[in-house]
Design a protein around this ligand. Structure first.
Ligand SMILES: Cc1ncc(COP(=O)(O)O)c(C=O)c1O
Length: 439
């Protein structure tokens, strides 16, 4: 292995990191992770850090998990990759069956892709083409909430609502309809705005897309109870499709396997990614109903086929790990055990209000955002140049935890398997880091 200095030099010379101002990066000494152990990440100097954001909201059972490693190794001895275009493979078939059994009723077909953005692209394109097959080609538009985040590809950005991410690309994006999010409008107002939009544009709407229960990248914004159910009812009433983006919330993050289950919602399309392969490998799936699937059936020459597919669709290694991920959930009754972890987490979150620059603490399941404000009296936000979120994360790193901010909101989202004592350590570190950076 190259030595540390060489790795740092090569990183700065050859790598372009995502969502990173690279001129800042060049001023810093990067932490280079070499190994993982449970909820800890270990760098090339053997420093240990609690993984406070589950490695970008993906990790479920911890790193270097023996059963997940074994599943991956067993599969690689059979085959690493083969295509689903025209052929099939064993783990992809078994996982599709399992996902249909696990997801809300009515979802009967699984379409694989590689990441959250592509899972959303698939859902949008399926909905769009579905209406063409049903004889409603004018149904082309999608409705989404303000502050929504569904990924960084062009289609996913077109249904996004985060100005700072999406403004630059505006002229590349297709037109969609943005409805105020519950942060700016209380539940009845949000639903009224949604109903108004649907009533006004009902003949041109292909579908509504939502992040259920909590909007992640928008700032960990927790939806009022009933919003999802209300939107689902409106989708039925106005005969349009409901796409639920469970990329962040799926696989237990909110305390149930799917956030939809909290409000008994069965969408027409469900997107899952991040936790699907336990945070080990890139894998995503878009699930849909017989109604949508059947609309694509026909003669070969009719070209009703869903013309979409990625090279690594249904990759056997990722599917084998995903199967073991689900097996661990079942074997260890993780969702039952998780309730204690979530209870402890949510109780302790209130402590952050003791810090004067904490404006709001928002949490749902094992995910939370601590929003920092410059002036507690006027609620004036920290200006970007103060980089307060980044400073908190640096202070946390020095104390032994890896965090990642959403601008001025500090995200706390550890692996689901985190122990109560590790969770306490993480919360203590986050608290101390915020106190230091805002003190
Ligand atoms: C709700 C939601 N949808 C989609 C995405 C995009 O996923 P990916 O980064 O895997 O493309 C994310 C990523 O954070 C997300 O939180």
């Amino acid at each position: 292995m190259p030595d540390k200095e060489t790795l740092i030099a090569w990183d700065k010379r050859y790598l372009w990191h995502p969502f990173t101002q690279m001129s800042d990066w060049h001023e810093e000494t990067p932490v280079i992770i070499a190994r993982g152990e449970g909820c800890y990440l270990i760098d090339i100097d053997s420093n240990r850090y609690l993984d406070g954001t589950a490695s970008m909201w993906t990790n479920v059972h911890g790193h270097n998990h023996p059963a997940l490693n074994a599943a991956l190794k067993a599969q690689v001895d059979n085959i690493a990759h083969t295509t689903l275009l025209g052929y099939s493979n064993i783990p992809a078939i078994c996982l599709a069956k399992k996902l249909v059994e696990l997801t809300p009723p009515g979802l009967t077909k699984v379409f694989y892709s590689d990441n959250g953005s592509t899972a959303v692209e698939v859902a949008l394109k399926m909905a769009y083409q579905y209406w063409q097959h049903k004889g409603y080609p004018q149904r082309k538009k999608f409705v989404h909430l303000d502050k929504a985040y569904h990924g960084d590809t062009i289609g996913a950005m077109s249904v996004g609502g985060i100005e700072s991410f999406h403004r630059t690309f505006n002229s590349l994006l297709f037109k969609s309809i943005r409805v105020p999010a519950p942060e700016s409008a209380r539940l009845p107002r949000c639903l009224t705005a949604m109903e108004h939009t649907l009533a006004q544009h009902s003949t041109e709407i292909a579908g509504i897309i939502v992040e259920p229960l909590i909007q992640g990248a928008g700032g960990m914004l927790v939806a009022p109870k009933g919003l999802l159910k209300g939107i689902a009812a409106l989708a039925r009433q106005y005969e349009t499709l409901l796409i639920v983006d469970e990329v962040m919330t799926g696989f237990g993050r909110t305390g149930k396997m799917w956030a939809c289950e909290h409000e008994d919602v069965s969408p027409d399309l469900l997107c899952t990614a991040k936790g699907l392969a336990a945070g080990y490998l890139p894998l995503a799936a878009t699930l849909t109903t017989d109604e949508i699937y059947n609309a694509f059936l026909g003669e070969y020459r009719e070209l009703k086929t869903f013309f979409h597919g990625h090279t690594f669709t249904g990759n056997p290694l990722a599917c084998a790990v995903a199967l073991e991920n689900i097996a661990i959930f079942e074997r260890e009754e993780l969702l039952t055990r998780l309730q204690t972890t979530i209870g402890h987490f949510q109780n302790r979150l209130h402590e952050f209000y003791q810090l004067p620059h904490v404006g709001e603490v928002r949490g749902c399941g094992l995910a939370a955002g601590v929003e920092l404000i410059k002036n507690p009296d006027t609620h004036e936000p920290y200006p970007l140049e103060e980089k307060v979120g980044i400073r908190v994360c640096k202070a946390a790193l020095a104390r032994g935890a890896m965090l990642r901010p959403l601008v001025n909101t500090i995200v706390l989202m550890p692996p689901l398997q985190i122990s109560l004592s590790e969770l306490d350590t993480l919360l203590d570190i986050a608290y101390g880091a915020i106190a230091e950076a805002t003190g």
